[in-house]
Ligand binder design. Structure first.
Ligand SMILES: Nc1ncnc2c1ncn2[C@@H]1O[C@H](COP(=O)(O)OP(=O)(O)OP(=O)(O)O)[C@@H](O)[C@H]1O
Ligand SMILES: [Mg+2]
Length: 260
């Protein structure tokens, strides 16, 4: 595993793709019930960059996350994590890759209720039989501000704290990329801001790569780049977004996400 860079030079950021989709298509169902969820999507997610994915409901955001994270199969095209083409992997290798190289944060925190915070954080590594790097784990726990809560079970934590456990769990194994599907969707704005600030810091200070789906222009403003999806296609992109510039861009789309 590579060491984690600190203070990533922005000039170095765009050089390498942590993940890449090329002409990625995802079709659900057949005949009359067929849905083209992703229609020839090509996009790169750069290392040590925080990318937000936005678009109307049903535009394919979750499908893109799931296909890129190897949680769903693709119909045609290519999905790569680093140099690895996901479509060439058999089940076992795919499971290994997901476990070792990918972190996923869901809208519902998906913590195990019977395990305490620390046990939840280290669960993926425990399953993999890997020992957590203690210094790294300490740093992650300190940064998410959970040091005083490690013995608490999820039911004893606030929503924001539970999501921070889920974020720490995703970061603990130092994955090459983290996919987050509306990670702040269930949080009030203060807890949401905490989680977003933490995600951004992990990109800035630890060189983490994050791709996050959100509906919220304020959440998107924490990212380095916003990619807009509509009807299963990428329709636009915005660098160094502010909440206002994202909102502006959204206003120029009609309900289907097309520019008017
Ligand atoms: N398992 C499935 N079977 C059939 N169709 C599906 C399935 N999953 C998603 N779809 C369809 O694919 C399209 C894209 O869905 P997706 O969940 O990716 O949208 P989304 O952009 O994440 O929306 P939201 O913002 O509401 O979460 C939708 O039309 C949806 O109905
Ligand atoms: Mg979704």
């Amino acid at each position: 595993m590579t060491t984690t860079p600190t203070g990533v030079d922005p000039a170095l950021r765009s050089t390498a793709a942590a993940a890449r989709a090329t002409d990625l298509c995802k079709v659900y169902g057949e005949g009359e019930t067929q849905v083209i969820a992703l229609d020839s999507v090509s996009v790169e997610f750069h290392q040590a960059e925080f990318t937000a994915i936005m678009g109307p409901s049903g535009s394919g955001k979750s499908t893109l996350m799931h296909c890129m994270a190897g949680l769903d199969t693709i119909s045609s095209g290519s999905a790569r994590i680093g140099d690895v083409e996901l479509t060439t992997l058999k089940d076992k290798k795919l499971t290994q890759l997901r476990r070792d190289k990918i972190g996923f944060i869901f809208q519902a925190f998906n913590l195990l209720p019977t395990l305490n915070a620390l046990e939840n954080i280290t669960l993926p590594m425990d399953i993999a039989g890997r020992k957590a790097d203690q210094a790294w784990l300490d740093q992650v726990v300190a940064t998410v501000g959970l040091a005083g809560r490690l013995k608490h079970r999820p039911s004893q934590l606030s929503g924001g704290q539970q999501q921070r456990v889920a974020v720490a769990r995703a970061l603990a194994g130092q994955p090459e990329i983290i996919f987050a599907d509306e990670p702040t969707g269930n949080l009030d704005s203060r807890s949401g801001a905490e989680v977003l600030g933490f995600l951004r810091n992990s990109v800035r200070e630890m060189g983490q790569t994050i791709v996050m789906v959100t509906h919220d222009p304020v959440a998107a403003s924490y990212s380095d780049r916003v990619v807009f999806l509509a009807d299963g296609q990428i329709v636009d992109e915005l660098r160094d977004p502010t909440a206002d510039s994202v909102l502006d861009r959204m206003k120029r789309f009609d309900a289907k996400g097309r520019t008017s």
